[in-house]
Write a protein that binds this ligand. Structure first.
Ligand SMILES: O=P(O)(O)OC[C@H]1O[C@](O)(COP(=O)(O)O)[C@@H](O)[C@@H]1O
Length: 395
């Protein structure tokens, strides 16, 4: 069998012909999902027939959820934008699962990515492709003025008319991709700042991208794992939708996620233990032994893929953290903190609420702690949890 060419991969389209695409419809015709056993779900998580999202057949798609009032404050422009983004993520889901993706970079110039010279890590070929897929979707949506991505040194000005600004990490966790470990896409959406109109384009693009997280109007991650899960908030709860691969629809599977107030899991790269500050070491030593405020021994889970580690934490509770200045405020910490807060948890840099921070640089890094309220409170009470020794690890 021949390997796919770079051109084929960039233009790669998933085979599911039922995927919604270029022409978004606000109330798309429902296709019967093939998965059996889902019951009608109300937005409060119960299986009531008085759901705010009426359903004839028990399934609520993301588009129906948004179109029929599930997302408070979600207007037509935003529905169009999310439709394009979800389509982009379906393409990325297909790309990361493709048997041909290992050959990109070996047969094209994408193989030798120079380090950018900035404080960003050198991207992998799939990072670049995912970035292109998202950019192209945003361009086609006509709803986005600026995209700020992990993969570009500066924000990309898209369309003078677009009402929204999108910040994104197109493919997080890609360092593990060759081993098929889960990866994810993260994005946050802001309204464009009208008051900047008179500034030069470059400046406008940057300032629009550096909005504080408490101005986010929507945020989502998409987890590419055994299932593809899109978890989103519009500021009224956090809801997860699972891709039905037979129809191409994201189906509401976890409405109004509530992170347990206390979990029994901590998630951190603890090979760094000897570089940690004393407070963090003490906290981990304590909960490991079941000597913390919750008198049970904690377990460790660390996938080294932020979206996957967070998704598990949202569902099972506990804390997911990276205590060194590694993760990015604008397109990782802010969108994920918004999602966690909307599920009843907390996102912090060890001291302050992430969403209250004012970004000063596009690729600004910081320590990130996300999780259950009680676990976060206990962890932060140790004070000294920011790892300042950051030698630059090879793996
Ligand atoms: O090396 P560490 O400190 O364990 O960091 C791992 C983290 O880095 C990430 O891979 C993100 O880094 P990249 O954006 O450079 O891929 C996360 O997915 C993961 O949680």
């Amino acid at each position: 069998m021949q390997s796919a060419t770079f051109y084929q991969l960039v233009n790669f389209r998933p085979k599911l012909q039922t995927f919604q695409s270029k022409t978004p419809t606000l109330f798309s015709t429902r296709r019967m999902a093939s998965v059996s056993g889902f019951r009608r779900m109300a937005l409060d998580g119960s299986s009531s027939s008085s759901s705010t999202v009426a359903s004839d057949d028990g399934f609520v798609t993301l588009m129906e959820y948004m179109g029929k009032g599930g997302g408070i404050g979600v207007n037509d422009d935003l529905v169009v934008l999310i439709d394009h983004l979800q389509y982009a993520c379906k393409r990325i889901a297909a790309l990361v699962a493709s048997p041909f993706n290992h050959s990109i970079g070996k047969q094209t110039s994408l193989g030798d990515f120079p380090n950018t010279g900035s404080d960003r890590d050198a991207p992998k070929p799939l990072d670049i492709l995912s970035n292109e897929i998202i950019l192209s979707s945003l361009q086609k949506s006509g709803k986005v003025v600026v995209m700020a991505s992990e993969e570009n040194d500066t924000p990309t000005w898209i369309s003078g008319d677009g009402p929204y600004v999108v910040v994104t990490d197109p493919l997080d966790g890609s360092r593990n991709i060759d081993a098929s470990i889960p990866t994810g896409t993260i994005f946050g959406i802001y309204k464009r700042l009208e008051e900047l109109e008179d500034l030069p384009t470059e400046e406008k693009a940057l300032l629009n991208s550096l909005q504080s997280g408490n101005r986010l109007i929507a945020a989502a991650y998409v987890l590419y794992s055994s299932a593809t899960i899109l978890c989103i908030t519009f500021g009224s709860g956090t809801h997860a939708f699972t891709l039905d691969r037979s129809t191409g629809d994201f189906i509401l599977t976890n409405p109004s996620i509530k992170i347990p107030p206390r979990g029994q899991i901590y998630s951190v790269n603890d090979a760094r233990y000897f570089d940690w500050p004393e407070g963090l070491r003490q906290y981990i030593d304590t909960v490991r032994q079941g000597k913390g405020r919750y008198p049970k021994k904690y377990s460790a889970r660390y996938i080294c893929s932020l979206v996957a580690d967070l998704h598990r934490t949202l569902l099972y509770g506990g804390v997911a953290m990276n205590p060194r200045d590694h993760l990015r405020l604008v397109y990782e910490a802010n969108p994920l903190s918004f999602i966690v807060e909307q599920a009843g948890g907390r996102g912090s840099d060890g001291k302050s609420r992430i969403l209250s921070l004012q970004p000063v640089k596009l690729h600004q890094r910081l320590p990130l702690f996300l999780g259950s309220l009680e676990d976060m409170e206990e962890l932060e009470s140790y004070g000294d949890i920011h790892q300042k020794v950051n030698p630059g690890y090879e793996v």
